[in-house]
Design a protein around this ligand. Structure first.
Ligand code: GTP
Length: 424
């Protein structure tokens, strides 16, 4: 039987991983296919995972949880954080622990019959999430190229962060990694997730745990196809990629309800699908209307419903660049919640879209980068940590190529859907 290996990188990546494994632990007894994410030894389940950070602060949080039987070699950390600098994560501090990390991964993979995918969580605004992820993925590619899919669940910069100089540089340097070393990227941004939570739930405060819960639920439903239904999900994302480089997906997740919301009711199938496909609940929002290259609806409910979503008018009416219909998958398991204030719903769903309208967000990142790089702000901080100056223009070019690939596709195949880019 094949298994997946999860890697959680940098402070945000580690905390998303923490939430995910807490969720897996709740779901653990409901699945017979535990080996997909756990190694079983003498009746105990040990997560197949690596939490990697350049310092130990977030990792100690994860280790505090004694209910999950993590193995020692599931934790990799150094002594010093990347201080928000990509090149510290990639070229200097990160280099000190990379071999150890690869060894820890290899040893765990050796316990599997077959590895079918890496599932990676990180945020590309931090020095570790951008730099160390790049280094690790480059090295993993040497050993596992073409044999294993690499699927990322990644926090991108929020649309309003034009004055976070280092975050913008880090994200820019990471674009090449997301293009070259991943088969799929499911994109989130903190501001969009915050908006969605704020709209759906009447909470007194929202913190990272609420955002990380959204990411964890998304990953859990996706791997749930394999863990609960034994569906080979290795083609789940590749089936959404008409072009190999355009492998960026925007998810929407719902519905969430507070445990003390006594007025809550389950939505009808029709209402539920309408809700999930609304632009406002996307977890990575762009100002333009969606330009779906492809879409997939992943529905989660314990009892199978073979007619779910079929012939639904809302789905039929979604406009796709390639006149394709959305694919529909079902994950048959209960909808557990880690956060005590959230109610366990009978049904939840995730709507994934390969949405070309994200180019306006890429474009915005490029403009923010151009503004600060023109003044050469903090260039010294990167160069003094081993980055060559040409990498600034190389990173910018990778982003420009990506946006132009998206606009070419829309122009060529859908003249009626010419994309409007908001140039401020
Ligand atoms: N969704 C989410 N975002 C987070 C979390 N923690 C931090 N972030 C965001 O992610 C960005 C990067 O922070 P970290 O992940 O802590 O940074 P890092 O990758 O560890 O890099 P260094 O701190 O430079 O070593 C921050 O700017 C925050 O906006 C989290 O738990 N969840």
């Amino acid at each position: 039987m094949s298994s997946a290996f999860h890697i959680h990188i940098g402070g945000a990546g580690v905390m998303m991983g923490d939430m995910l494994w807490k969720l897996y632990e709740k779901e653990h007894n409901e699945t017979t296919l535990k080996n997909y994410v756990y190694q079983q030894v003498d009746g105990h389940s040990h997560p197949l995972t690596l939490f990697a950070d350049l310092d130990d602060r977030m990792i100690s949080e994860v280790q505090r949880n004694k209910q999950i039987q993590f193995k020692k070699n599931s934790f990799l950390y150094g002594k010093e954080e990347a201080s928000n600098i990509y090149s510290r994560g990639c070229y200097t501090i990160g280099k000190e622990i990379i071999d150890k990390g690869l060894d820890q991964i290899r040893k765990q993979i050796e316990t599997m019959d077959r590895l079918d995918q890496f599932v990676i969580t990180t945020s590309i605004m931090g020095g570790t999430g951008s730099g160390f992820s790049t280094l690790l993925l480059q090295r993993l590619e040497v050993d596992y190229k073409n044999k294993v899919k690499t699927n990322g669940f990644i926090i991108f910069p929020s649309s309003g962060m034009s004055n976070n100089i280092l975050g913008i540089y880090n994200a820019m340097f990471s674009i090449q990694m997301t293009r070259n070393h991943f088969h799929s990227i499911t994109m989130f941004d903190n501001q969009s997730m915050y908006n969605v939570i704020d709209q759906q739930l009447d909470l007194d405060y929202v913190d990272y745990s609420h955002l990380n819960n959204l990411v964890a639920q998304t990953i859990s439903s996706y791997t749930g196809l394999r863990r609960f239904n034994n569906i080979d999900n290795s083609k789940f994302f590749s089936g959404m990629c008409p072009y190999p480089n355009l492998h960026y997906f925007v998810p929407s997740y719902g519905k969430m309800t507070l445990i003390n919301d006594y007025t809550r009711k389950e939505l009808s199938q029709n209402e539920f699908i309408k809700y999930l496909t609304k632009k406002e609940i996307k977890l990575y929002q762009s100002p333009n209307n969606p330009q779906h290259l492809s879409t997939t609806l992943l529905f989660r409910q314990k009892e199978p419903n073979h007619f779910y979503g079929k012939f639904n008018q809302t789905l039929q009416n979604l406009s796709h660049v390639y006149n394709q219909s959305p694919r529909i998958f079902q994950c048959n398991s209960s909808n557990y919640q880690v956060l005590s204030e959230l109610a366990q719903m009978k049904q939840t769903g995730i709507f994934f879209s390969n949405d070309a309208s994200i180019i306006s967000r890429f474009d915005q990142l490029g403009r923010n980068f151009d503004k600060i790089y023109a003044k050469r702000a903090f260039v010294w901080a990167y160069v003094s940590e081993g980055l060559e100056e040409f990498e600034f223009s190389e990173g910018r070019e990778a982003l420009a190529n990506l946006t132009s690939e998206y606009s070419e596709v829309i122009k060529e195949d859908s003249p009626q859907n010419d994309l409007e880019i908001d140039y401020e």
